[in-house]
Design a protein. Structure first.
Length: 310
């Protein structure tokens, strides 16, 4: 059988992922809910929340036989509900070893054990991939939430971005937070011990602005020049802006050699700007991902070239 890859779309973005795969000339041979089955090896897809590698099409002669088949490939599995018979799928899942998908306490590292993905597409047929791109079920991490500290819920997006990136600003790291108000991301960075320069024309929440390791600049993110700040270990940006304008801002910092790591939200207003997506994807060392906590937006990650950046 030719190799298949499973692409898991975020809720509500199946058509967006389908269009991205079509632009990349990845043949979609089947769709099952959020699961798009593509012919050939995995292709980078920003709108895929998770990838299933080497998907297998397996018979389901009985519930016990299906569970035995999955256990024979590996231990840890996550069932993706699709358009197949859900109750029968749940009965199979009950026969598999229990996997505790507990929320992470940031900055706790994600599970290291491989996680497979499977779904029942008909009473007598299932799709299964013993290896997937994400350690979280369907690429959807859960965190022990901080309901007291951050001034808004944007902190969850940054928690997830840093978890996916696999590195965090260390104590004393110089971080620039563009479009910082009301201060959700600055709060996260300050908690990590970083020295934060928070830039926004709007005021920050007083509890964030008053922290010893947060310096506030009431200015436009787009009017700030790298020479006004100096080199930073991390460039963060969650500002509301058209993607092309954001890209120009990012390039200004990268071309000046002033930002070693970068985490930026690429927000789409109206239709998805695929040309801007391609331009971000073309920046050396960077990649676009759709985080579980993203909406109609992507997150651009660009780690420093050396593994000790922080």
């Amino acid at each position: 059988m030719a190799a298949w890859t499973g692409y898991i779309a975020p809720e509500g973005y199946v058509a967006t992922l389908r269009a991205e795969l079509a632009r990349a000339r990845v043949p979609v041979v089947a769709e099952h809910g959020r699961l798009l089955l593509g012919a050939g090896p995995a292709h980078p897809a920003a709108w895929a929340q998770n990838l299933w590698y080497d998907v297998q099409d397996l018979p389901v002669p009985s519930i016990k036989a299906a569970a035995r088949s999955l256990r024979g490939m590996q231990r840890n599995w996550a069932l993706l509900p699709t358009t197949g018979p859900y109750r029968r799928a749940c009965l199979i899942a009950e026969q598999l070893p229990y996997v505790a998908f507990r929320p992470l306490a940031f900055p706790e590292r994600p599970p290291a054990a491989p996680l497979g993905g499977w779904t029942l597409v008909a009473p007598d047929r299932m799709l299964a991939a013993p290896a997937t791109a994400s350690p979280f079920p369907h690429g959807e991490p859960a965190f022990v939430e901080d309901r007291a500290g951050p001034p808004n819920r944007a902190y969850l997006k940054l928690w997830e971005a840093l978890t996916v990136l696999g590195r965090y600003p260390g104590a004393g790291a110089r971080c620039l937070d563009l479009g910082a108000a009301p201060g959700g991301w600055s709060h996260v960075l300050a908690d990590l011990g970083a020295e934060v320069i928070a830039v926004d024309k709007a005021p920050l929440d007083p509890a964030v602005a008053g922290r010893d390791n947060v310096t506030v600049r009431r200015a436009s993110a787009f009017g700030l020049r790298p020479q006004h700040v100096g080199p930073v270990d991390w460039l963060f940006c969650d500002v509301v802006a058209y993607p092309r304008r954001l890209l120009a801002l990012v390039r200004r910092w990268l071309d000046a050699g002033m930002a070693r790591n970068a985490v930026c939200t690429v927000k789409f207003q109206g239709e998805t700007d695929v040309d801007a997506m391609d331009a971000f994807a073309a920046v050396p060392g960077g990649r676009l991902v759709h985080l579980y906590h993203n909406k109609h937006e992507l997150t651009w990650l660009r780690p420093a070239a050396d593994a000790t950046a922080g």
